[in-house]
Design a protein around this ligand. Structure first.
Ligand code: ATP
Ligand code: MG
Length: 403
């Protein structure tokens, strides 16, 4: 037996697309029930294993079949061909609208949802208070969920999903809906589940978040598996391929994004806000200042920065996921301050990007926007980091009694 939490073997899923060429009642009646349709394959012979205990990302452009695959794993959809085997209790947080029954109350949905997950009524009664508590929607628990905001909906669904102690948790983008404190709570829960060796399968368009959160992944394209494996090479390839419409800006830089926020300028400054003269000495304080213009209000703007060495190695990448906040229309500044720049002597280039976490859209991305020229006087070091270590050579001290 393999150590996979989920085995996906030759899975294909077909949808029927109906064409309504004639909308009149008469023509519909004349056609009787013989509707005109076409088969559309949303998944085509997809096979891969999801290792137990992994944080597994599923990426792909819009319509590539990610949500369809998650629904097949969750048992909400049935593949037309192939087989999916899962080991252990599974909980799923799928697209809004595919988990709960809109006419039922929050309370009834908790019980319904839990029973679908194979949890007994008495067990769920024991956990009910904890679930409602975690969700923060207690005031609305007896209201039909169709009256919930999308944030409330996700909170309740998430509370059920994690409080049933899943072995395998499926998460489809929905987290983008919650507010910052809820997202923080979710990330903490993920880390906890991960620590317990549970398997988490995440669908997201936020590459920089997946980079830090996941260790493995799969890439779907037009319903086909393009790649599966370690997260870094997978996301690098996906990232490069998923920028179909770059444009060249006024000063000849290639950039990608919808343009609701535009990065105007990136500056490399000292901690006092002054520009660096020529180079930066290792371990000095450095502030990267990104100036932008927001043409629209963005509810959750994710800023990310990455640093590559001149040989193309990604030395560091990070984002402000923990402190994401709304960006208002107008000009703004984002500062990223490094108290003691740990890079070793060499030339590095910086990529910056802004992503709309709510809509999962790239707003702007510029590669190689600025250079960092690092110096480290007197240090004989190779590699990418400056350890600031101290060398000391002295004569050997005799060990007592063995001199
Ligand atoms: N119930 C359905 N009936 C018909 N077609 C469907 C149905 N569900 C999905 N599809 C189609 O299957 C394809 C894959 O859809 P899916 O929702 O899995 O994509 P996705 O990768 O999750 O995309 P996104 O990134 O936009 O969420 C799309 O072309 C979609 O239109
Ligand atoms: Mg989807």
């Amino acid at each position: 037996m393999s150590d996979a939490a989920v085995e996906i073997a030759n899975v294909s899923k077909k949808f029927r697309i109906y064409h309504e060429r004639n909308q009149t009642l008469k023509s519909a009646a004349m056609r009787r029930r013989r509707s005109i349709h076409e088969d559309f394959w949303a998944l085509k012979d997809v096979s891969f294993d999801i290792p137990k205990g992994s944080n597994f990302a599923i990426v792909g452009s819009n319509g590539s079949g990610k949500s369809t695959l998650l629904k097949c794993i969750a048992g909400i959809l049935y593949p037309n061909a192939g087989e999916i085997r899962t080991r252990g209790r599974l909980a799923a947080l799928l697209e809004i609208g595919s988990g709960f029954h809109p006419e039922l109350s929050g309370r009834d949905n908790v019980f319904l949802n839990a029973s679908i997950l194979g949890i007994s009524k008495s067990e769920i009664r024991q956990r009910f208070d904890e679930i409602v508590d975690f969700s923060g929607v207690e005031k609305f628990i007896d209201q039909p969920v169709k009256n919930y905001s999308s944030g409330m909906y996700v909170r309740l669904a998430f509370a059920v999903a994690i409080n049933v102690d899943p072995e395998v948790l499926l998460v489809d983008e929905v987290l983008a809906v919650g507010d910052a404190s809820f997202q923080q709570k979710c990330m903490e829960k993920f880390a906890q589940l991960q620590g317990d060796g549970r398997t988490i399968i995440v669908v997201s368009h936020a590459v920089s978040v997946l980079r830090t959160m996941c260790d493995k992944g799969a890439w779907l394209n037009n319903g086909e598996l393009l790649d599966v494996g370690d997260i870094k090479p997978l996301l690098n390839a996906f990232d490069d391929a998923s920028r179909p419409t770059p444009h060249v800006d006024g000063i000849g830089r290639t950039r990608w994004g919808s343009g609701q926020i535009v990065i105007d300028h990136v500056e490399v400054l000292t901690a006092d806000g002054l520009p660096f003269a020529r180079f930066i000495t290792s371990h000095s304080a450095v502030r990267l200042r990104l100036r932008y213009t927001a043409n629209e209000r963005i509810e959750k703007a994710l800023f990310s920065i990455s640093i590559d060495s001149s040989d193309g190695t990604r030395v560091w990448g990070g984002n402000n996921f923990e402190s994401m906040a709304p960006v208002e229309i107008g000009d703004g500044v984002m500062d990223f301050t490094v108290p003691a720049m740990p890079l070793a002597k060499g030339d590095y280039t910086i990529d910056v990007a802004i992503f709309d976490w709510s809509t999962q859209r790239q707003l702007d991305l510029i590669k190689h926007v600025v250079q960092l020229q690092i110096e480290n006087h007197g240090a004989s070091e190779s590699g990418y980091i400056a350890l600031n270590g101290e060398w000391r050579v002295s004569e050997s001290q005799p060990i007592n009694g063995h001199g």
